[in-house]
Design a binder for this molecule. Structure first.
Ligand code: GLY
Ligand code: MN
Ligand code: MN
Length: 461
C-alpha cells in the first residue's frame, strides 16, 4: 500500500491548480501519474515513486492515476479505479478514490477506461521520462512523435521554482534527516570497514525512520568518480571517503548533502590542503548566493577561489581570471556548483534542465565543466538550491589534459602528478534563498576540517 499521507491542506492543492490553470490560460492539461514498474517480472516491482508534478498538483500518492485540468471551466478530473477484490486480496484495501479526491479538493472521479474519451489532440502534456508514458501518450493522441507543451512547462517551472513556507518546512525536515544520516556515518565509520558497511549504516537510518533515498547513494573512497555507486572496496587508513546521500520524505521533498572525511582521525597534509580550498570555495558561494545574482556568476567566483587556492599549492599558475575564463580549473572541478532542489533531487529536470536552471537572460555554456552547471539563472527569494563545490584528481582526465598540453599556461603538471591518486573532495549542503541572502535548510552539520576531524577522532577512539 502506498503512503497515503497528505502533507498539505486541501486548500494548498486547490490553490496550486488554480494558479497553474490561470497561468496556462486556456485548454486542457493532462497529467500522467506513475505506475508500478516490474523489476524482473510484472508482479515483483521496484519501490513505487509517484510523479512529482502529479503529486504537487493532485496530491495522491497512488499507482495508476491520471488527471485532466480544464483551464476554461476550472474542472479537474481524476481518472482511476477503486481497488478490485482481487487487488484487495493481494495488496490490501485502500481508501476509495472519492475519499482521496475529497482530501485534495477534487470531486470528479472517472474510471481509467474513460480517459481516452477526454483526451483530444490539442491537450497539453509534459515530456515523458518513462517508456510506458511515452506509449500511453502516443496511443491516446494517435501520433508517432510527441510535442510537449512549452507554455505548460514554463508555467510549472515558474510556480514550482519558488518554494512556499509550507514547502520550505518540508525541505527543512528532509535536510535535517539527511544531516543526521550523514552524522551517523561520520561518527561510526572505522578504518578497515567495507564501503557497503557504511552504506548499511546510512540505510539503517533511512529505514529506521521509514524514509527513502532521494537518489542512488554515492559512497566511495574513489570520490574522484563523480557519481560512484560502487560500494565494494575496503576502506583503509589514509583513505578519504566521499559520501553524497540524501533523504526523501513521504511528501517527496528531498535533501542532498556530501561530506568527505578521513578514514582515520586526521586528513593527511595534502588532503587537508585540498579540503581547505574546497571549504573556502564553499564560503565564497555562501557569501555570494543572494537574490538578483546569477548562479553562473557564483559558480565562476567559486572557480576563482579554487584557482587562487590551487595556485598557492603550486598546482596552478598564471592569471586567475584568465585561468577561469579558459576553463583550466575544470581539470579539478568538472561539474557545476549546484542545482535546484525540491520534490526531485535535481528539481523538475524531467521537464528539461535548461528550463529550470536557465532562462532568456543567461545561456548555458558549452565549455567543459561549465556546461555541467545545472543552474545558471538569477537567484530569486524562495529558490531551494544546493551548494556543492569539489576538487577531484581524475587520473584519466589528467592524462588527457597533460597529453594534449592543455591550459599549459595555468596548469603545473609536475605538481599535479604528486596529487594524482588523492581522490576527490566535495562539500554539499542545501540552502533556501531569502530576501537578503540565504539560509541553510534543516539542522546544520559542520563541514569545516576541524569539526570533521573531531567527529572522526571520536569515531575511531
Ligand atoms: N547527488 C547528486 C548531486 O549532488 O547532484
Ligand atoms: Mn549530492
Ligand atoms: Mn547535488
Amino acid at each position: 500500500m502506498a503512503n497515503l499521507t497528505f502533507p498539505f491542506d486541501t486548500e494548498t492543492y486547490v490553490s496550486r491548480r488554480k494558479i497553474l490553470m490561470e497561468s496556462v490560460g486556456s485548454g486542457k492539461i493532462l497529467f500522467l501519474g506513475n505506475q508500478d514498474v516490474g523489476m524482473n517480472c510484472e508482479d515483483n516491482v521496484y519501490h513505487f515513486r509517484q510523479d512529482s508534478t502529479f503529486l504537487y498538483y493532485i496530491g495522491i500518492n497512488l499507482v495508476n492515476l491520471n488527471a485532466i485540468l480544464d483551464c476554461d471551466s476550472g474542472e479537474v478530473t481524476i481518472f482511476g479505479d477503486d481497488a478490485s477484490l482481487d487487488l484487495i486480496v493481494w495488496m490490501g484495501n485502500q481508501p476509495k478514490l472519492a475519499e482521496l479526491g475529497a482530501k485534495v479538493g477534487i470531486t470528479s472521479i472517472k474510471p481509467s477506461s474513460a480517459l481516452a474519451d477526454y483526451v483530444h489532440k490539442d491537450i497539453k502534456y509534459l515530456p515523458p521520462y518513462r517508456g510506458r508514458h511515452e506509449v500511453t501518450l502516443r496511443d491516446l493522441l494517435g501520433v508517432t512523435s510527441l510535442s510537449p507543451d512549452m507554455g505548460l512547462i514554463h508555467a510549472i517551472v515558474k510556480q514550482r521554482n519558488i518554494k512556499t513556507q509550507e514547502e520550505i518546512a518540508q525541505l527543512d525536515q528532509a535536510c535535517t534527516h539527511t544531516a543526521k544520516m550523514h552524522e551517523t556515518v561520520l561518527r561510526n565509520a572505522t578504518p578497515d570497514m567495507m564501503e557497503y558497511h557504511l552504506v548499511s549504516m546510512a540505510n539503517k537510518y533511512v529505514f529506521d525512520n521509514n524514509l527513502q533515498w532521494s537518489f542512488p547513494t554515492i559512497l566511495t573512497k574513489n570520490g574522484q568518480t563523480l557519481h560512484n555507486h560502487y560500494h565494494g572496496n575496503q576502506i583503509k587508513e589514509g583513505d578519504m571517503v566521499l559520501f553524497d546521500g540524501g533523504i526523501e520524505l513521504p511528501s517527496l521533498y528531498c535533501g542532498d548533502m556530501t561530506r568527505t572525511f578521513p578514514a582515520s582521525g586526521k586528513f593527511s597534509s595534502m588532503q587537508a590542503s585540498l579540503y581547505n580550498i574546497v571549504y573556502d570555495s564553499y564560503q565564497t558561494a555562501l557569501n555570494d548566493s543572494k537574490p538578483g545574482v546569477f548562479y553562473k556568476d557564483v559558480h565562476l567566483a567559486v572557480a576563482r577561489t579554487m584557482v587562487e587556492g590551487l595556485k598557492s599549492l603550486g598546482l596552478m599558475k598564471g592569471d586567475v581570471d584568465e585561468a577561469v575564463a579558459t576553463g583550466a580549473h575544470s581539470l579539478f572541478f568538472p561539474h557545476g556548483l549546484g542545482h535546484m532542489l525540491g520534490m526531485d533531487v535535481h528539481d523538475m529536470e524531467n521537464l528539461g534542465e535548461i528550463y529550470v536552471g536557465y532562462d532568456e537572460t543567461v545561456e548555458k555554456s558549452t565549455q567543459f565543466g561549465l556546461r555541467s552547471l545545472r543552474l545558471g539563472r538569477r537567484l530569486v527569494e524562495g529558490f531551494a538550491i544546493t551548494i556543492e563545490p569539489g576538487i577531484y584528481l581524475i587520473p584519466e582526465l589528467i592524462d588527457k589534459f597533460k597529453g594534449e598540453n592543455m591550459h599549459a599556461d595555468f596548469l603545473n603538471y609536475a605538481e599535479i602528478e604528486k596529487y594524482r591518486n588523492i581522490g576527490g573532495i566535495r562539500i554539499e549542503d542545501d540552502y533556501i534563498i531569502t530576501a537578503d541572502g540565504n539560509r541553510r535548510l534543516g539542522e546544520p552539520l559542520a563541514n569545516d576540517l576541524v569539526s570533521i576531524e573531531e567527529m572522526r577522532t571520536e569515531a575511531i577512539a
